[in-house]
Design a protein around this ligand. Sequence first.
Ligand SMILES: Cc1cc2nc3c(=O)[nH]c(=O)nc-3n(C[C@H](O)[C@H](O)[C@H](O)COP(=O)(O)O)c2cc1C
Length: 347
Amino acid sequence: MREFLPENRPLLLLAPMQDITDLAFMGIMERFGGGPDAYVTEYFRVHEDSTLEKHILRSIDENRTGKPILAQMIGQSIPDLVRTAKLLEAHAVAGIDLNLGCPAPVVCNKSAGGGLLRKLDHLDVILGSLREAISGRFTVKTRLGYHEADEFAAVLEIFSRHAIDALSIHGRTVAERYRTPIHPNWIRQAVEQFPCPVFANGNVVSVETGRALHAQTNAAGLMIGRGAIRNPWLFGQLRDTYEGRAHTSPTLGDVYHYIKALYEETKRTTRFSEAKHVQKVKKYLVFIAQGIDPAGAFEHAIRRVKTPEAFWEQCEVHLAKHSDELMKGPPQQSKVFCGFEALLTQD
Ligand SMILES: Cc1cc2nc3c(=O)[nH]c(=O)nc-3n(C[C@H](O)[C@H](O)[C@H](O)COP(=O)(O)O)c2cc1C
């Protein structure tokens, strides 16, 4: 991945998010804020009977962003991971990524995703087999460990046996899910120890938290997930600050146009009824609604809407004609974004 790294700033990546970072969302990221430098697909599920999921494949085959996209797989069956990696390499991917972070019990109990961090011997064989089978780039996205952050020393030892091309690290354990501050010190350890680029992930919700995570880890890249759903302009804002330009802040009116574009674009690419579509868009609104107004009135209202009419009424009232700037980050007491303020107080 070294060839993709910009000279004077970290590479910016959109974190893969299931049911969120699809083709429509990628297009919207480009339109609002210029998008990241690179993408990763949602995970392709890999098992004995798996085939490549068509809706995820579209984000590769119809990728018009001009940016590289890694195809992510999740699974634990070696022949099926190898088979799937080869199928994916026939498409226009920048590389194949293995998920070692998903905390969902149904995934971990099958020893896939984050569950593989409890099976390091098996993980070692998977990495060796995939490295041998993949002719292009092979990357890994991992958490620190299953129960404790210091398990990462042993995990890194396993990674070091294989020539991986990049390592994205969500700086939490599986047990910590999304509920805690992250552990930048372990990401820094990987940066210092590994020859390949390391991308730091977790709790970047603003320019300040992004710069803080970068300063604390010296990572080659920043991977941003939920913070980019809330504020897609974040990629452009980070690029601007690193390249010495003043960055502009979106207004609530801009957020309205972003939601409208997201609504229309996701509607164009799915076949949901209008009512079901509102439910789909509400998945994004869980994040976008954080910190729209200090009292959380928009979030409260949007959680309850069921019809398109009610949805748009709330967007009109709280966003459409407002020229106030979007708050820099979500509220500190947010249950959706936890522990990000710790990045600003750590050395
Ligand atoms: C709704 C949702 C879906 C996710 N799906 C995936 C996924 O498919 N693959 C993956 O590696 N991580 C997935 N993640 C984890 C994110 O990629 C990322 O590691 C995590 O959200 C921390 O980064 P953030 O604080 O910038 O959001 C998902 C996270 C969320 C919130």
